[in-house]
Design a binder for this molecule. Structure first.
Ligand code: GDP
Ligand code: MG
Length: 317
């Protein structure tokens, strides 16, 4: 049995084991989650969340690690959540990532955690926000969310952050790929990493061109900046932090921060609601009432819509 009150208390004190256990509860969709979230709510809303997305190998983990260092220099408590929508495994980070994060392994002001979300019913929509809430409640000033997987789910998770960073690298055919994946629309900030390689300027130019092709902006709209980095050497990372802080200020001034958080909360509540309804419908499969209704539909006494209405009335009554 888990003592939720004690765990939450310890997490708030910044005890890493408690933070890790709470995220494991999220990952396992544990029944204690309801209590965990209720206990955490009063202590959340302070953390600034930054999502990092981009093709595998582009340098997300290296950039995340460099950003952790940069924020630590500013004295911030930092959380890192690596989400792998495709992995059935939990707990451990990928080997390469573990190496890249090693610098921070003994820093008590840094929480690093990877999380698998496969197998959850609508898991992506609520598991990531709940893990973020744990890190937020643990007093993180900044939370970096790296998505490991590729595709739509990756984009969705990154878009759950306050600010979304899209990483590209020269020579990966990223420009075209990015446009296909709809990644240009979600980027608040673009990073062309591996600027030590040929083609970084061309990639940045192409990106700049593609961003310019988008809808005409209104004065006061955010124009996503493009920053070149060599994450492996920490070059350009302070500029990324600067751009992030500018975006954060813009979000706050325009009310967009609150709007984004409301949208995310709505998605989370919707996901929980649908999961709860699905669970109740699942329970009804063995239900006498459903069988009785089905019998009447099968023999032509009742139409299926009327039967469904009766079930819905029962479920929500
Ligand atoms: N040349 C160069 N290599 C880099 C740079 N940043 C990362 N890498 C390398 O690119 C590879 C993939 O980096 P990683 O951070 O794991 O990418 P991820 O899959 O997006 O997380 C690793 O071998 C890194 O060392 C960079 O700025 N320049
Ligand atoms: Mg990685």
């Amino acid at each position: 049995m888990v003592d939720v009150a004690t765990l939450v208390e310890q997490a708030r004190e910044g005890r890493p084991r408690a933070v890790a256990r709470l995220i494991t509860l999220v990952e396992n969709a544990a029944p204690e989650l309801r209590e965990v979230m209720a206990a955490l709510m009063p202590y959340t809303g302070q953390a600034y969340t930054v999502g990092l997305t981009g093709s595998p190998g582009v340098g997300k983990s290296t950039s995340t690690s460099a950003l952790v260092s940069a924020y630590r220099r500013l004295g911030k408590r930092v959380g890192v959540l690596a989400v792998d929508p495709s992995s059935p495994f939990s707990g451990g980070a990928l080997l390469g990532d573990r190496v890249r994060m090693q610098d921070h392994a003994t820093d008590p002001e840094v929480f690093i955690r990877s999380m698998a979300t496969r197998g959850h019913l609508g898991g992506l929509s609520w598991a990531a926000p709940q893990a973020l809430r744990v890190l937020d409640g643990a007093g993180c000033d900044v939370i970096l969310v790296e998505t490991v997987g590729v595709g739509q789910s990756e984009v969705e998770i990154a878009a759950q952050a306050d600010t979304t960073v899209v990483l590209l690298a020269p020579g990966m055919g990223d420009g075209i790929q990015a446009a296909k994946a709809g990644i240009l629309e979600i980027g608040d900030l673009f990073v062309v990493n591996k600027a030590d390689r040929d083609g970084a300027d061309a990639t940045a130019r192409e990106l700049n061109h593609m961003l310019g092709l988008g809808e005409a902006r209104q004065p006061g709209d955010w124009r996503p900046p493009i920053v070149k980095t060599v994450a492996a050497r920490g070059e350009g990372v302070d500029e990324v932090v600067e751009a992030l802080e500018k975006h954060r200020a813009w979000l706050a001034e325009t009310g967009e921060l609150a709007a984004r958080r409301r949208r995310r909360a709505a998605e989370e509540v919707e996901a929980i609601t649908l999961a709860a309804l699905r669970a109740r419908i699942g329970d009804l499969r063995g239900d006498r009432h459903l069988h009785a209704l089905a019998e009447r539909v099968a023999v032509g006494e009742l139409d299926p819509y009327a039967a469904a209405d009766q079930l819905i009335a029962e479920l929500t009554g």
